[in-house]
Design a protein around this ligand. Structure first.
Ligand SMILES: [Zn+2]
Length: 243
């Protein structure tokens, strides 16, 4: 696991326990709160995050965000019992229905404890923490329950799994909605963009994701450099053809 500073008020914890993927958890510190964006694969993964929080300040409120329902972003929720955990309302529903199933299928990736701990606060469109300059908003795309966070002070966009390099992962066949969410990102004019599996994204990565999705829906032919990209591309094709 590596810790990197990504903004004046934020660090990324990057984990490499899952093959093919680096997965990021973000910690944003504001004057009165810590925002923990995603909780990776269990309580052991959350130890360094909690250590950093305790080292910095024991008095600030901790707010946990689940960007979407996928297991590699939520299994550490159990480390935050008694704290507020926020997600989209669909995310909470999916987690309630699929927590055990996701654990069965990916058991080898559990780090420490990963028992079911659902979000206790949900929303439909957005939640704004005005004093902190933090906005959470609905951004369906990679999955139908995906949310994103924008830090208005630092102009950093936390895009969940909606953006990913070298190729985005489409797990929901509503491509029009995905493109709409990506176009909406541009309205925020982010200075920095980070995501669940990629750091250092730029506005041009939003444009190329939009182009890719358009091509995908039109059945355009793509060429890729790596087997990994081809594999994900074929999965994306079969996903959008699912009725
Ligand atoms: Zn995901």
């Amino acid at each position: 696991m590596k810790v990197r500073k990504i903004a004046a008020n934020a660090v990324a914890f990057s984990y490499e326990n899952i093959e093919d993927f680096v997965t990021n958890v973000f910690l944003v510190e504001t004057p009165s709160k810590f925002f923990v964006i995603d909780t990776y694969c269990g309580s052991d993964a959350m130890k360094p995050v909690l250590e950093r929080i305790n080292h910095s300040s024991k008095n600030k409120e901790i707010i946990v965000i689940n960007s979407h329902f996928h297991w590699d972003h939520v299994w550490g929720n159990a480390s935050f019992i008694g704290k507020d955990i926020i997600s989209h309302e669909i995310c909470r529903k999916f987690l309630d229905e699929q927590w055990e199933k996701q654990m069965e299928h990916n058991r080898q990736y559990i780090l420490g404890r990963a028992e079911k701990q659902l979000p206790n606060i949900t929303f439909k469109e957005k939640i704004i923490f005005y004093d902190e300059g933090i906005e959470l908003f609905y951004s369906p795309g990679h999955t139908i329950d995906s949310i994103s966070l924008f830090d208005h002070n630092e102009k950093v966009l936390y895009a969940g799994d909606n953006l990913e390099k070298p190729i985005i992962y489409v797990e929901n066949n509503d491509i029009k909605t995905y493109i709409k969410s990506l176009k909406n990102y541009l309205n925020y004019k982010p200075k920095k963009i980070v995501a669940g599996h990629s750091l250092d994204l730029k506005e041009e990565d939003i444009f190329s994701a939009i182009e890719y999705l358009k091509g995908l829906s039109e059945g355009r032919k793509f060429t890729f450099k790596t087997d990994y990209e081809r594999k994900i591309h074929y999965q994306n094709i079969s996903m959008i053809n699912k009725k």
